[in-house]
Structures are given as C-alpha cells and as structure tokens.
Write a protein that binds this ligand. Structure first.
Ligand code: CDP
Ligand code: MG
Length: 541
C-alpha cells in the first residue's frame, strides 16, 4: 500500500513522504484499521519492520490539537529507545501542530516537566521516570486516550513489570492499550489478559526467524585468537558498517580497546557508558564516521541502526533468540547481509542449538588465511591507485616528484617504499592458521605446540586472564603491573604471562595454579597511585 493511499490527514502524509517512506510495511497495514477504531491491539513483528510508525501513524492522526495535554503515552524499555521513538514521531508530525516529549532518568527532570507543561500531546518515556512524573501530577490521565507498550517483551524481561502495572492501573478502564513486541512470551500474555479489552492479535512474523538474505557462517577459533580472526574477516569482506556483539560489557571494552589500538574506526556501546555518549556513538555509526560498532545485546536492542552490512558474533550468544536479534540487524529491506560467528570448541553445541531454533544452516568456514588477506589487500590497493589516477588531480604532487628525481631515487623503488610505508604488506606478521581444529589435532602431542614466545606464555590455556582498573591514563606500564603482581603475590615474573594495557584498564595473565593466590592478594593494591583489585575474566569455565 502506497503512503499516498493512506486515509489520514494530508500533513501526516507529507511528513511520511519527507521521511522517504514509499509503502507501508505489513504490520503497519494491518494495525492501522483496528487502532484507528480505538480497539486494543497486540502487534507482533520482527525488529526493523516499522512497529514505531505502525502505532504512531494512527495515534498521531487522532490527536486533538485544540487540547494541549498529553493524549498518548508510549512506554519504552531504555532511554535510547525513548529518544528514538520520540524522534520518529517528531519526523512523522513535522508538518502537524503536535508536540512530543521524551522522559527518562539520568536527565534533569525539571527540563522534562517544563516541556510537558508547555503543552505536549505525546509522552514517550521509560517506566521509572514516567511513574515519577505521574506522582508529581505532571502527567495526568485525564486526556490520555492511548497507552502503548513498545518492545513489551524486553520491558518485562528487564524487570519493569511492576512499574508497568502501576502505570496501567492509574489509567481509566476505557483507555486504549496497544502492545508491540517482537515475541509474545507468557509475561506479555499475562499483561494482556489483565489489562486489555478483547484485544486484536496481529502477527506478521513469518516462520522464517532469520531472513534468507543473510549469509550466515561460523568459524572455530580459540578465544585468544578472536581479535585477529575479526581483523581478517573485516579485511576480506570489508563491510561498510559492521556490528560486533559480545556477551559482556567487559568483553566489549576489551575488544574495542584492542581494535582502537590497531587503528580501526570503531567505538562501543554498553550499559555502563553514559547515555549522551551512547547516543553520540550511535549517530557517528549511522553517519559512517565509525565503521565498526562493538556492543552488548541489551545496549543495541530495538535501536534503529541502518545499513549494517555484517554482524559479527564475537561471542556465541547465550540464548537462541539473541542470535536472531543480532543477525536481524543486517540483511534488511531485502539487501544482502552477512553474519559471522566466532565460536570456540566449547560453544559448538550452542551453534547447533541455534541452527535447530532458526531451522537454518549456519555454514562452517575456515578463517581466511593470511595469504588470502594479503591478496585482497593488494587487489584493493591496485583499485585505489586506479581510482586516484582516474579521478584525482595528480599534478598537485608534481613538486614532490621533482624532489624525488633530484635525489636520484628510482621511481620504482619510490613506489615500493611508499607502499611499504602505508600498508602492512608483509605476510610474515600473521602467518598463523587461526582455525582451532589444528590446535585440537596436535594438542595430544602436548608440549611447546605453536605458541609464540611472547612473555614466555607458551600455552594460553594454562593461564587465567585478569582485569584491573588501571591503564595508560594513569601512566601504568607493563613493569608496574608485573611488579605489583609478582611482588604482592610473591610469585616469579615467569609465572606472569601477557600484559595488555589500555586507556583506562589493563589485562594480565598468570598461570592458573596461582589463581587463589592472585584473587586473595591482588585486592586494593596500589598501582600508580590507584587502589585496584584484580578480577578474573570469564575466558573459559
Ligand atoms: O520497531 P521496529 O523494530 O519494528 O522498527 P523501527 O524501529 O520502527 O524501524 C523501522 C525503520 O524503517 C525506521 O527507520 C523507519 O523510519 C523505516 N520505515 C518504516 O518504519 N516504515 C516504512 N513504511 C518505511 C520505512
Ligand atoms: Mg521498535
């Protein structure tokens, strides 16, 4: 159905046209009628299918602009989502006299109160702050005709049930209640039975849980080699925008730290990062300023992130439906997308269970060899050179060329030197085969194996990895950490493996035999003036 065929106010259609909408999505088409008629609705559709506009269009069309009071309340699980939904509504109503306000914790309540008092028709809020404003009598239900739970499943999973019930209970009996959700678990059904009146259930999810436009594969790789594997995958596929998922905040920190250090245009989002920073990062990613975003599931949930060409599961997700949500970030609108999962041997069983859940095969692949990566880099260089020759004004560097001539430098040598300067075309640095099977097969013959003698950590499996909150910012050096660990725990520095220092934190490895010792002694230890405690990372159980 074309946007122009919608039976709504002209100004609304104009807003949708400005947003670049051409057609309604299936969920939008199906809920339009019942919502306009004032019925209670449960809408179930996959992430990214336009659920926001599905409720926003009919609701906005029904707002009475002569009353400058809240007429619609939308509840969202996170602050980012509240802001995003508000923005979408703002765009839709760009040509209408409708104001909307987002309310969430972590920002001054006075500003939000002012905005609402100035006359706001639609409130989009997180449950906590919304309750606060209801108690302060800033939001009253006297004119609210519709309450919407967006991402209802996620809100309940996050433990907002009581808050939601408190809010729904303050609403009058005849209020219209709309629930939108990607899945309808028991908790959502309970809420429906309790609060909705004869709801109409609309489901546009197909049996296909993951889209067939996503090319899904996995690799078997040891944890300690994952960053390198990630680099190789990025080199070979060079996705314009890649979303990397980790299972924990700490892992996001670790991977982002390493990738930044290697010079990737990347950033990260997770729950411990300040709200404003997160929004910033997201907009940088959407604008293509950064091209690799590293995130936890929760931080990325429900956010409208566009044009992701590849999703990389740095960790195999703990739950099948997380996998579905993750890979659903790519291959949207019929475009080709890729998903790559880095799995350890241990996690193979989880890959199999995801396959059963999605009823789709995830293809096993070998991590590209260093040689292949190098070939691709060379091809890219040749293409870039051609591109420059065809499209850039090369006369600008004639002066420099003259200087090279004067210095009697052979042009071929000069080209070689320039290539060496700008790109790492030496294969030697990463020849290693990263596929874990090879390790598996040869590991019977115990002993030295293929470990490279960095800080004599010959077999990473014999080491624990610890996280410590001191880093470059504190001017911590390897010797400071080594000294503290060896000194406090009375162990020889030979028992300490690799030490990685990042901006605000570091990791160090110590032989597993010393675990108890380290955890006991490395508590409130002073390093570079900071009192820090070592925490064991969850490398493997
Ligand atoms: O909530 P859900 O995950 O279903 O999706 P969303 O956050 O509403 O995102 C849908 C995206 O598709 C937004 O960027 C919309 O602007 C865009 N879109 C839409 O919602 N409806 C259309 N008819 C066309 C585009
Ligand atoms: Mg949504």
């Amino acid at each position: 159905m074309l946007i122009q065929e919608l039976q709504v106010k002209k100004e609304l259609i104009k807003g949708l046209e400005d947003m670049g909408f051409e057609r309604l999505t299936p969920i939008q088409i199906e809920v339009m009628g019942p919502i306009s008629e004032g019925k209670d609705v449960i809408g179930q559709a996959h992430t990214g299918t336009g659920k926001t506009a599905a409720f926003a269009i009919p609701v906005v069309n029904n707002i009475d602009t002569s009353i400058n009071k809240p007429q619609c309340l939308v509840l969202c699980p996170t602050r980012e989502l509240a802001v995003q939904v508000k923005k979408e509504i703002k765009n839709i109503t760009a040509h209408m006299n409708i104001r909307s306000t987002a309310v969430y914790g972590g920002a001054p309540v006075v500003d939000q109160i002012k905005k609402i008092r100035r006359g706001s028709h639609i409130i989009v809020g997180t449950p906590g702050r919304t309750i606060d404003l209801i108690r302060r009598k800033v939001i009253s239900f006297s004119n609210i005709k519709t309450v919407i739970l967006d991402e209802a499943d996620e809100m309940l999973k996050m433990g907002f049930r009581e808050d939601i019930e408190t809010i729904l209970e303050s609403a009058n009996e005849d209020i219209q209640m709309l629930f939108f959700s990607a899945t309808i678990p028991k908790e959502v059904r309970n809420l429906k039975n309790k609060y909705q009146n004869d709801p109409i259930f609309i489901k546009t999810v197909t049996d296909e849980v993951t889209s067939s436009t996503i090319n899904q594969s996995y690799y078997i790789v040891k944890h300690s080699k994952k960053v390198e594997a990630l680099e190789r995958i990025l080199s070979i596929y060079s996705p314009k925008l890649a979303l990397v998922f980790c299972n924990t905040k700490r892992m996001v920190d670790e991977v982002a730290g390493q990738m930044m250090e290697k010079g990737y245009n990347c950033d990260k989002i997770h729950g411990d990062i300040k709200q404003t920073t997160r929004m910033d990062v997201l907009s940088k990613f959407n604008k293509g300023v950064i091209d690799v975003l590293i995130a936890t599931d929760v931080a990325a949930r429900g956010l409208d992130i566009k044009n992701v060409e590849a999703v990389i599961n740095y960790d195999v997700p703990e739950k099948e439906d997380y996998y579905v949500h993750r890979v659903g970030r790519t291959g949207r609108a019929g475009k080709q997308g890729y998903s790559f999962t880095l799995s350890s041997y241990r996690d193979l069983e989880r890959i199999k269970s995801i396959e059963r859940y999605t009823k789709k095969e995830i293809r096993k692949r070998n991590i590209p060899t260093a040689e292949r990566v190098l070939d691709v880099k060379k091809e890219k260089l040749v293409n870039t050179v051609l591109d420059y020759i065809n499209n850039e004004d090369l006369t600008e560097v004639d002066g420099l060329l003259g200087m090279l001539n004067e210095a009697e430098i052979n042009m071929e040598d000069a080209v070689k030197a320039l290539i060496m300067m700008n790109n790492n075309f030496k294969a030697a640095a990463y020849e290693e085969d990263l596929n874990d099977e090879f390790r598996k097969k040869s590991s019977n013959s115990k002993g030295k194996g293929k470990g490279k003698g960095k800080r004599n950590q010959s077999n990473p499996d014999d080491y624990d990895r610890y996280y410590i909150q001191v880093g470059k910012k504190d001017k911590a050096r390897e010797s400071d950490i080594l000294g503290a660990v060896a000194g406090e725990c009375k162990i020889s520095s030979a028992e300490v493996g690799k030490i990685d220092i990042y901006e605000t934190f570091s990791f160090f490895n110590v032989v597993t035999a010393e675990r108890k010792n380290i955890l006991e002694k490395m508590k409130n230890v002073k390093i570079k003036g900071r009192s820090v405690s070592a925490e064991l990372t969850r490398k493997r159980k």
